[in-house]
Design a protein around this ligand. Structure first.
Ligand code: PLP
Length: 447
């Protein structure tokens, strides 16, 4: 994983402190903190191209200027010209460092000494902890007690002090706001803060510096900080560019807010990084003004996108980070022929979950299957079935015989055969041959 050498990090500490912005119209650290508790009072003037440019200057050298690359194969698959911005190559594997660092660098000396606090179990907690610790700012992160240990450990490993409180994110958030008051800490919101959104906007600045004639930016939306910053840049630099947000169908919170619909949020999405129930107040205003459309993506498209990015680009992306590609895969007609910039926003995915996603993708392609075959419990019955597998060159991975827990008569048995084929055609030919030979066969379906 790329990260700055220690020497470079210490050298960067001082100039940052002296680069604090106090231009007219720019929020001071105190007003930023006050604004965090009164988000509705902030308007579009608090987030302009100048704010993002200032953020870029502030964070320069301390976050990775990630590459943006044209994907020939994904372009062929989708029928659009796909440009990928590899934000999963940041040190904490997500773009979130940009906004967190921009906010940290605008604290007063007193605020720096007291420390910052956030409620997050995701990439914001790692970005804030990493840069806060690097700058000598104490960082407290409140997470619900239900947070997986791996997330707690990841945040602690980059210097965050994790406090576990409550059952839900709302409980943790309420506790963070209480500690903010009691301990005089500065609350750094993961998205609903112009300083944070301006930092995130630097992603678009880099993308459009490299390729100014992109037709469209397709950007995941959780609470809306990333797309707020990116759309601010894109609108200012290229009025013709189309800006499309993406949310998981299970968590259409910003979609519902902007379209004025009632939608339920909930469920186990692969894209937990954008599973936000309550959209930002400030970010809603920016999105209403600067974003053209929001699309929803289903879980199979998210899984497919994660698998394709690994198989084709050899890059690990979490569900939220793959949402842009998922949108193009799910709505190909909408993007046909356009050049599209998309951010691979994060790569923090549990490796066992990633393994499942990849195996499920093989199953969807018909390269991996589980066949349930009903047999008679007598010598040679399984052998005859195996001969058909051999004839069709389908490899058997696992066989499970069930004699007791079946609805069949005592002399019957069910055998589940997990197998791998070259492609769906080869598998279908085997199933047809088994049925022709009078076996009752069912193929396990995926959601
Ligand atoms: C990987 C990833 N992508 C996208 C987002 C969405 O960002 P925002 O809340 O700024 O809309 C997040 C938020 O944490 C994230 O972690």
């Amino acid at each position: 994983m790329p990260h700055l050498p220690i020497k470079q990090i210490t050298q960067l500490g001082l100039p940052f402190a002296s680069q604090r912005l106090t231009r007219p119209g720019t929020m001071t650290a105190q007003s930023a903190s006050a604004a965090a508790s009164a988000p509705a009072s902030r308007g579009l003037a608090d987030l302009t191209l100048d704010h993002v440019r200032a953020a870029a200057a502030r964070i320069d050298g301390a976050v990775v200027k990630t590459p943006m690359m044209h994907s020939i194969t994904l372009s062929q698959i989708t029928g659009a010209e796909i440009w990928l911005k590899f934000e999963n190559l940041q040190f904490t594997a997500a773009y979130k460092e940009r906004g967190a660092l921009n906010a940290l660098l605008q604290l007063t000396d007193e605020q720096r000494a007291r420390g910052v606090i956030a409620a997050s179990a995701g990439n914001h907690s790692q970005g804030l902890s990493y840069h806060g610790t690097r700058l000598g700012v104490p960082v407290t992160i409140v997470m619900p007690r239900t947070t997986p240990t791996v997330k707690v450990m990841q945040t602690e490993s980059v210097g965050g002090n994790v406090v576990l409180e409550g059952e839900t994110f709302d409980d943790a958030n309420a506790h963070a706001r209480k500690l903010e008051q009691e301990m005089g800490l500065t609350f750094v919101h993961p998205f609903d803060d112009p300083h944070v959104a301006a930092g995130q906007g630097t992603v678009a600045l880099e993308m459009l510096e490299q390729k100014s004639d992109l037709d469209c930016l397709v950007t995941p939306i959780g609470g809306g900080g990333l797309i707020s910053g990116m759309s601010t840049v894109a609108r200012a630099l290229n009025p013709d560019i189309e800006i499309v947000g993406v949310q998981a169908s299970l968590f259409p919170s910003m979609y519902a807010r902007i379209k004025g619909e009632d939608r339920i949020c909930g469920g186990d999405t692969l894209a937990e990084g954008i599973a936000v129930k309550q959209p930002g107040e400030f970010t809603s205003k920016v999105i209403a003004e600067r974003v053209d459309d929001i699309l929803l993506v289903d879980e199979p498209a998210l899984e497919k996108a994660v698998a394709l990015l690994l198989q084709i680009e050899k890059t690990v992306v979490e569900g939220a980070g793959a949402a842009g590609l998922a949108a193009v895969l799910q709505h190909p007609e909408r993007f046909a022929g356009k050049s599209i910039g998309m951010v691979l926003c994060g790569g923090n995915i549990d490796t066992r979950l990633l393994a499942n996603v990849l195996l499920r993708d093989l199953a969807r392609q018909g390269r991996l299957a589980r066949l349930r075959v009903t047999l008679q419990d007598r010598p040679g019955a399984l052998f005859k079935v195996m001969r058909l597998f051999d004839a069709h060159n389908v490899n058997i991975i696992e066989i499970y015989h069930q004699r007791i827990f079946t609805t069949l008569p005592a002399k019957g048995l069910i055998t589940d055969i997990e197998c791998e084929a070259r492609d769906a055609d080869q598998l279908n030919a085997l199933v047809a041959a088994l049925r022709e030979a009078d076996y009752k066969v069912t193929v396990a379906e995926l959601a």
